[in-house]
Design a protein around this ligand. Structure first.
Ligand code: ADP
Length: 622
């Protein structure tokens, strides 16, 4: 290219502006410098922000031996600053260092023609072997993100003003191209990393086993930090052990079998909580007894990362192995760290899962035992109830006959005793019947004997049975319906029990002289009955449990007052089996109202239960 061909420069720069692959772009830049700007060689450095150094990225035109020797060569920011300040600034981007007579030619800059290094400059505008031309690249803020060093102009002359102009244009556009391509590259690697992290996060959320999870994490980690082998150990702080949970490579099985004390490299890392990078396993005493390692002739470079859980304590240790020529770096640790965090979470999750499983098993065992006990209790209740019932009926019969004088006259004092005995026997009988009913309910072998029932009549019968108690308590009982109510298909005896339970409760839990009302109406195709008292009421905190088996609410009374806590449970169950529902409203110290419904037509139950329920919910305690 002729130096003054601005057009060609523009052509070149436009072609590089669209390049997104940083490596290709850098090669293209050095190629252009040698092919189009007339230099024999060129190298290009870029700033590595992590290292704070300018690293040699690519060279062109130098002998292969030199290229090999300078691979990975870098200059500190300070050195570059010094070199640029020693040079003359001939443009915004271009600096020229003109060597001085007698300067040492053995340095890096005499690589093209070392034999000329000692020769003096023949003419003022001649290029000398030790001259250096710098062309910098800048980011939009004017920071130097890299530079190139075009070397050995083919013209043999120092760059003319027009060449400098072209270099300036080229450098300004190359700066933009490099900045864009590096940004794209950075974005690309961030996206790649994010994707890998997402993939490992996703695997953490699946209920997979620990091995599979660690395997996925290892595979993703490999893309960022290549390794030959990996192993993961879990720390058992109680037993002071390191337990291998994942390993790859030829010796994986041996490693997995190698549960050992918390010593050596992994032990150190677990205790300190700090990452360790071992240059060569052969030269580090802490590396001990890792199966397979002793067989590798040149040793291994090892990176051991603590896997810290939420508490900050190491749940485990992750070790990466690689041949010692490719030593692990701190930058690689930074790349590996998020993966290690994920591995730590995986270990914690696995631990939690194990604990949960253990708890579940013991709960299950306890539950099974309880079920067994419950069954035993039920069959016991069943047997005892049956066994007691027969003699009880006999006793009842004899006592009753005796009390009415069938076996001869009895004095009034004796009669009183007999009556108390009868009352007690009746109570025991009731209790036994309730127990039997309960066990029948549990065994699901209860059958309803349906017949047309007039609940009004049933209520009268119950009241007759309770006459005594009502009179003793001076309760004012009002029945708000006549002698007939709509007929329901029901099991007469069971409905009798239900009404009796509600009424006897009303009597039991209402102070002497209290009021008890019994009412009925038709709601949604069902007969709705209620028993209202102005008794002691039920404390709000007990209301939820009132229908539970054997539940007795807080009250002034004791169990000795004939309280068992199964009447309501059985009654509600009975009503439900008829297709009805039972509910109540109550307020402590004010009174209670218990309701139940029975469908007028059997079979129409299900649908309407819901309505009654919602009605029950709507009804506020009075
Ligand atoms: P029991 O009356 O044999 O204890 P229930 O199952 O019939 O058993 O009743 C359970 C509990 O509900 C009673 O112990 C009592 O605390 C409470 N209860 C039932 N009915 C009433 C009522 N009308 N007034 C106040 N409390 C009641």
């Amino acid at each position: 290219m002729r130096e003054d061909k601005l057009e060609r420069t523009l052509e070149l720069t436009t072609s590089i502006l669209s390049m997104r692959d940083l490596n290709a772009l850098m090669r293209k830049i050095v190629d252009s410098v040698t092919d189009d700007f007339g230099f024999e060689g060129c190298d290009l450095f870029l700033l590595d922000e992590g290292k704070n150094e300018y690293v040699l990225m690519t060279t062109q035109g130098f002998p292969q031996s030199i290229t090999d020797r300078v691979e990975g060569y870098s200059k500190s920011i300070r050195t570059v600053k010094d070199q640029l300040s020693e040079a003359e600034r001939v443009g915004r981007f271009t600096y020229l260092y003109k060597s001085k007579p007698g300067e040492n030619g053995s340095n890096y800059y005499s690589v093209l023609h070392p034999e000329r290094a000692k020769l003096p400059r023949a003419q003022e505008d001649d290029w000398h072997e030790l001259d250096v031309l710098y062309v910098t690249f800048e980011d939009p803020e004017g920071n130097i993100i890299g530079f190139m060093e075009p070397d050995g102009p083919r013209s043999g002359k120092l760059p003319s003003p027009s060449l400098v102009t072209n270099l300036e244009i080229f450098a300004s556009l190359a700066s933009i191209a490099i900045f864009n391509a590096s940004t794209v590259e950075e974005l690309g690697s961030s996206v790649k990393k994010l994707k890998a992290m997402l993939a490992t996060t996703a695997v953490l959320q699946q209920p997979g086993d620990l091995r599979t999870t660690l395997q996925t994490i290892a595979e993703k980690l490999f893309d960022f930090v290549p390794f030959d082998e990996i192993s993961v150990y879990v720390t058992d702080w109680d037993k002071n052990l390191l337990v291998p949970v994942y390993a790859t490579g030829q010796y994986a099985d041996e490693i997995m079998a190698d549960i050992g004390p918390m010593t050596g490299l992994a032990g150190t890392v677990a205790r300190s909580g700090n990452v360790e990078i071992v240059k060569n396993s052969d030269e580090d005493d802490r590396v001990e007894d890792i199966p397979g390692l002793e067989d590798i002739e040149e040793g291994s470079t090892i990176m051991a990362i603590p896997l810290k859980g939420k508490s900050g304590v190491a749940e485990g240790v992750l070790e990466l192995y690689r041949d010692p020529n490719r030593r692990f770096t701190h930058e690689e640790y930074e790349l590996a760290e998020p993966f290690a965090t994920h591995a730590a979470i995986a270990l914690e999750n696995a631990k939690l899962r194990d604990e949960l499983q253990e708890n579940l098993e013991s709960v299950q065992k306890a539950y099974e035992e309880m079920k067994g006990l419950d069954k035993m209790k039920d069959s016991l209740v069943d047997t005892i109830s049956h066994e007691i019932r027969t003699p009880l009926t006999t006793i009842f019969g004899y006592v009753e006959m005796a009390s009415v004088g069938m076996y001869g006259d009895i004095p009034p004092k004796m009669k009183e005793k007999f009556d108390t005995m009868l009352l007690q026997v009746r109570r025991v009988n009731q209790l036994v019947s309730a127990m039997l009913e309960l066990s029948r309910l549990q065994n699901e072998d209860l059958k309803l004997e349906l017949e047309p029932v007039n609940v009004a009549m049933v209520t009268r019968e119950v009241l007759r049975d309770l006459e005594h108690e009502v009179a003793n308590n001076k309760h004012i009982v009002t029945v708000l319906f006549g002698n007939s109510l709509p007929i329901v298909q029901a099991d007469r005896l069971r409905i009798h029990d239900v009404v009796e339970n509600l009424l006897s409760n009303a009597v039991k839990y209402t102070n002497p002289g209290g009021k008890i009302d019994i009412g009925a109406d038709i709601v949604d195709g069902k007969l709705h009955c209620w028993v209202k008292d102005n008794g002691i009421g039920i404390p709000a905190e007990d209301q939820k449990r009132i229908f539970d088996r054997f539940f007795i609410a807080e009250s002034g009374l004791t169990r000795a007052d004939n309280r068992v806590g199964i009447g309501l449970h059985i009654s509600r169950e009975m009503v439900r089996r008829h297709g009805g529902e039972m509910w109540f409203e109550s307020r402590k110290g004010v009174g209670s109202t218990f309701h139940f419904t029975i469908p007028l037509k059997p079979g129409s139950a299900r649908k309407e239960t819901a309505i009654i329920n919602s009605k029950a919910n709507r009804t506020r305690p009075h």
